[in-house]
Design a protein around this ligand. Sequence first.
Ligand code: GLN
Length: 236
Amino acid sequence: MTVGVLALQGSFNEHIAALRRLGVQGVEIRKADQLLTVSSLIIPGGESTTMAKLAEYHNLFPALREFVKMGKPVWGTCAGLIFLADRAVGQKEGGQELVGGLDCTVHRNFFGSQIQSFEADILVPQLTSQEGGPETYRGVFIRAPAVLDVGPDVEVLADYPVPSNKVLYSSSTVQIQEEDALPETKVIVAVKQGNLLATAFHPELTADTRWHSYFIKMTKEIEQGASSSSSKTIVS
Ligand code: GLN
C-alpha cells in the first residue's frame, strides 16, 4: 500500500515521516497522474489559499475531485480539511477553490491567527477505542479551522468547547463579545464521511501516530471492499 501526500505546500514531509514510522510508504503528489499510483491521499496542513493557487496552477482540482468521487480514502488535516469541505466561510471575498465532497461548512480561521495557536487534549472515543493508548488525544491547533455544521451523512469524531459569546456569523467573521457567564458551546474538530476523514488539528506534528494508523486501516478496509466487490462482479 502506498499513501499519497499532496506536496504543494505545508507539512507534507511530516506526514510522510509519520507514515514511515508505521512502516507505510508515503509518496509526494504534485501531478494529477501520480494519483493513479496511490491507494489513498493525505492533504496536509499549511495555508489553504496558497495551496489552492498551486493546485490550480498544476491543474490538480479535476483529478482531486475525481479521486474523492471514486471513493478513494482522503484525509485532510487543517488546510486539508478546508480543501475537502463543501462550504467555507471566513475567507477573503471570492474565496478559494475547494475540492469538496465533505458535506460541512468550515470556518477557515475559526480559532484565530498564528499567535492564537494552541494545544489541547480532546476526547475522540472512536480513535481511542480502535487504536488504544491514552483516553485523550493531544491536538495541535495552528491558525486552526473549525467545522460549523455538518450534513446527515457526516459522523462527528471530536468536538471542542468554545465560549458561546464567540458568536458565529455565516458570512465571514467571528465576532467576540464581552466575556460574561454564558455557557460553553462546542465546535466540531474531527469528522468522517464515508471515504473522507478530516481533522482541524495537525497529527503529523506529534509523536502520537494513532490518527495515521486509523487512516491506514481505513485505506485497507476501503481497498479490500473495492477489490471484493470487483471480484464479485467478475464472478457474476
Ligand atoms: N487556517 C489556515 C488556512 O486557511 C489553515 C491553517 C493550517 O493548516 N495550519 O489555510
